[in-house]
Design a protein. Sequence first.
Lengths: 334, 276, 292
Amino acid sequence: MGRIQLKQVKKSFGDVTVIPPLDLEIEDGEFVVFVGPSGCGKSTLLRLIAGLEDTTGGVIEIDGKDATSLPPAKRRLAMVFQSYALYPHMTVRKNIAFPMRMAGLDKAEQDKRIAAAAKALNLTDYLDRRPGQLSGGQRQRVAIGRAIVREPAAFLFDEPLSNLDAALRVGMRMEISELHKKLATTMVYVTHDQVEAMTMADKIVVLHAGVIEQVGSPLELYRAPRNKFVAGFIGSPKMNFIEGKEAAAHDAHTIGIRPEHIDVSTTEGHWHGTVGVAEHLGSDTFIHVHGVPGCSPMTVRVGGEIPVRHGDKVFLTPNLDHLHRFDAKGLRIA
Amino acid sequence: MARSTTTRRKIITTAAAWAVGLLIFFPIYWTILTSFKTEAQAINDPPLFFFFDWTLENYAVVQERSDYMRFLWNSVIISGLSTLLGVMIAVPAAWSMAFVPSRRTKDILLWMLSTKMLPAVGVLYPISLLFVKFGLLDTRTGLVVVLMLINLPIIVWMLYTYFKEIPGEILEAARMDGATLREEIVYILTPMAIPGIASTMLLNFILAWNEAFWTLNLTAAKAAPLTAFIASYSSPEGLFFAKLSAASTMAIAPILILGWFSQKQLVRGLTFGAVK
Amino acid sequence: MATQHSRSAARLMMAPAVILLLGWMLVPLTMTLFFSFKKYLPMRGDSLENGLEWVGFENYVRFIGSSSFWPSVQATLVIVGGVLAITVILGIFLAILLDQPFWGQGVVRILVIAPFFVMPTVSALVWKNMFMDPVNGILAHLWRFFGAEPVSWLSDASLQSIIMIVSWQWLPFATLILLTAIQSLDSEQLEAAEMDGAPVVQRFFYIVLPHLGRAITIVILIQTIFLLSIFAEIFVTTGGAFGTRTLTYLIFQRVIDSQNIGLGSAGGVYAIILANIVAAFLMRIVGKNLDA
């Protein structure tokens, strides 16, 4: 009960095309993440699904029914906004009740659902407070609560965690994932953070300049990025790209190798270079090596601690099983 | 510019500021004071600053002579209704401009402002003519309409600047939550903008109350508000300072009190949001 | 950014305000323009029903040619200029004073603002009688106290008196806006200048004054628009006598006193043009602010 299909959906603002015609299927119960750099059209796409923007062309179907020209209220979708968009003049209880009040649900049912949502989201003690008196994480939960009680066909999240601090973000990420497991309702989630995408999604949609670069499960995207953009966007630290002679040796215009797929040695290896910055995280060490032909600096990830410092000479060897090859257009060579 | 200062400097500043403040306020103070004197004391030389026989007689005389209550009632009705009507027309317009801006929004806003700058005297005769034709001369209805129209641009502007500060996402959330446009405005926008709407209404009430061109030129007896009440005291009839003061006090007291409440919003309203 | 649905709703909701103001502007304006090209003296039997005589630009020429036109322009300019100078200069001074920390800021602020809320008819009457009356006014008492001959303010120094009254009304406005602007000045900027060794006067001219530039412009423009059409203050005090007949008042007299609608309308068109020139400047500033 939450299948969303986009058929040739297009959006332009005046003469500027933000999203060229695009097809996408979101299955019922799926957790789909739209990810891409800012300005890639991911939020616009979400707003098109929500009905907060008109499509310039194409059809949006929800559960097989054409919803293209339905107003937002009629689409049975709930949305959690980046700013949470709580109603500041209402208590938490009234905020959560608002969509049910608009739908004309009877009071007893409203109270039942509020109580259930509050319990699930740890908000029971805060029901009579106003949003202004809550912390960021609590506000976030109220926004989610307001979305849950409507029992929508699908949830839409627009960068919901970007206003939280790093520690809270990890916690909320888990909570949303758990919520999805529990409700098994379709969720469409927009973020610019590929870590969020990787950790939460069943299916990731990578967007770039309004165009879908690739759709797939997190590991599909990690293992077999369809082009250089996806390869560079998914994974942290970023994939190293090497051009020139080294790439030609592999019959490619560009080759890519992830930092975690490079071995470091102080004695021998395929390449050698000088350590620029070494970031010691404890669990990992990221080394930026200068002087590798065709790619400088090259980032290398080493598990645990390794005693290298600025100016040291190191040797690097790529793990050829994990080498990615791209043609002149940046497309993957299988 | 919060800075720590020496006590000495603060004392000097305090003295200077109070001196200036009292000097500026003096005419109002003097008017109120004089209204409690007898006519003879009012023109006493040297002026009496406190020690005189306080009397309320002037207020009684003024009320009796010119039926203050009727003028007051006209002022209240005209200012109140014109403000209310203006806000009712302006809220939807300001909603549109703030939340559904188009390329023409700015032009429309500026154009509205420009109608406010039309010198009233330039259209005095046509308006009088229209008033006669439609039987609006010396009616409260006529004045309500005119004052609403001359203040409408300010009301739209003020509301627009307040609405602009409400994040659009909240209204979109309401839309997602199933609220219709009307419900969105009634349950979400209006309660959130209450402080802005209130100060808009207050300022426009004041402006309408003090408006002295149309109220003087379009009324005679029936619909005349306090501006006309006071203007009727412009021809001196013997000793009348105390009565003039009583009448003046009655005309300005209500609005002075309201005005003090609205001083913070005044700046924004009168500069069309250009100074906040 | 919105949907077609909300855009059409927006147009619909904007319509009442736009239509009303359009009517309010166009109808009387068209009528004024129409009358300005006609001979229209209702007292001499001219009436709309019988048709009015087309006189071309005669009214315009006569209005400018009349012996009262240039003095009225001069009176208008002197009043507007005088009030602007007084309110802006004193306003800056007051704003700086009130911005300093002192005891009773709230109360003093209220005292200073008060005149703005006084009805123009009231302030004109109070000043005329209780202050400027050559026999019983406070100022006469004051003059006599110092052994001077009391002045007949409204006849001997009529323009100055009007400027005085109007300035009293508008000083609060200027002060309030300039004070708001000063308060938005970043104190760190001033402290940085102090660290750089700029003395008080320099700090005022190089930092405070430029910061106030925009606010001063706005004060000047908004006041100009209101001052160009001051009416009650003259109506109640001198009735346009003793050289206080402004352009607004002249037009008022042509229309109401001499019932020469054609001539008054031509004057009205001049006033509208004058106001529009000032308005154009104000619009540009406000418009720029809209983008910010």
